[in-house]
Design a protein around this ligand. Structure first.
Ligand code: SAH
Length: 256
């Protein structure tokens, strides 16, 4: 069964709140961005467009379920009810008053908080962002670092970046170790490989014994960097054995 990250209890505790959205297409792309990254709780505060809407559903693509389950609230206090951490996303860095985080710090804090309490990430209007009264209800303001001369992302794109960072901040193993099918080689297995390599390089008359210490250190650096797994060690040692067999065989030929 493929793992569905929306079932992850931490991600399920993070809600996305959109205030006064005017374009239904943005609501749809927010739903899609959320579901791609495993978020599922969407709350709309007084949308300034029709909702539900065909355009939102089209843009949501296969994230229609997020739209169907979306809550509509009259105001921000209603939308953040029950949450213990409220972070307002802002395209502009404000000079005073509100403690600020960047998007990555926000995700770390959100995930930590979500272990015990619900979290709200609040996004403003396309034209005017969040009002000061709305920011007063936020514990932090959060910013996505951008080109300073153009800092305002499309709403769907801004939610995408926050949702992505939340997923990255999870400890869900498959997010971080995708494709790792074999156990990493142990230090003993690596040492066995280095001994074999050293022997084989002499057998094929590649290694100059006078320079071997520096050369082998380089080889260790190269292979250690690539975090060899058990299967890869097997393959490499197979290659070495084949080369040794060939070299020893041809020496035998010369002797004839
Ligand atoms: N013109 C508005 C920006 C609206 S963009 C303004 O200047 O405030 C719509 C919403 O997307 C913003 O309210 C904010 O919640 C989010 N957003 C856009 N760019 C962002 C950024 N660089 N960092 C954090 N949030 C951002």
């Amino acid at each position: 069964m493929i793992e569905d990250y929306t079932q992850n209890p931490l991600l399920a505790n993070i809600r996305i709140v959109l205030i006064g959205t005017s374009h239904p297409g943005n609501i749809g792309s927010v739903a899609r961005a959320m579901k791609n990254m495993g978020l599922s709780q969407l709350v709309l505060v007084k949308p300034r467009c029709d909702f539900p809407s065909q355009e939102a559903s089209t843009r949501a693509s296969s994230a229609a379920d997020i739209l169907n389950n979306a809550q509509v609230a009259e105001n921000l206090p209603e939308a953040i009810k029950g949450t213990g951490l409220v972070v307002g996303a802002s395209a502009r860095l404000r000079k005073v008053s509100w403690p600020q985080l960047d998007v990555r710090e926000t995700a770390d804090l959100a995930l930590k908080t979500a272990e015990t309490t619900e979290v709200a990430l609040v996004f403003g209007r396309e034209d005017s962002g969040l009002s000061n009264e709305e920011m007063d209800l936020c514990h932090y303001l959060a910013h996505i670092p951008t080109n300073p001369t153009y800092s305002s992302l499309n709403l769907g794109a801004a939610v995408q970046v926050f949702a992505y960072e939340c997923l990255m901040a999870t400890q869900i193993e498959s997010v971080h170790r995708k494709g790792y099918r074999h156990k990493l080689a142990t230090t003993e297995q690596l040492e066995g490989f280095y001994d074999h390599l050293y022997q084989a390089l002499q057998d094929i008359e590649f290694l100059d014994p006078a320079k071997n210490a520096r050369f082998m250190r380089r080889m260790r650096r190269l292979f250690n960097r690539s975090q060899l797994d058990v299967k890869e060690i097997d393959i490499l040692r197979g290659i070495l054995t084949a080369a040794q067999r060939k070299a020893i065989g041809s020496q035998g030929d010369e002797r004839v």
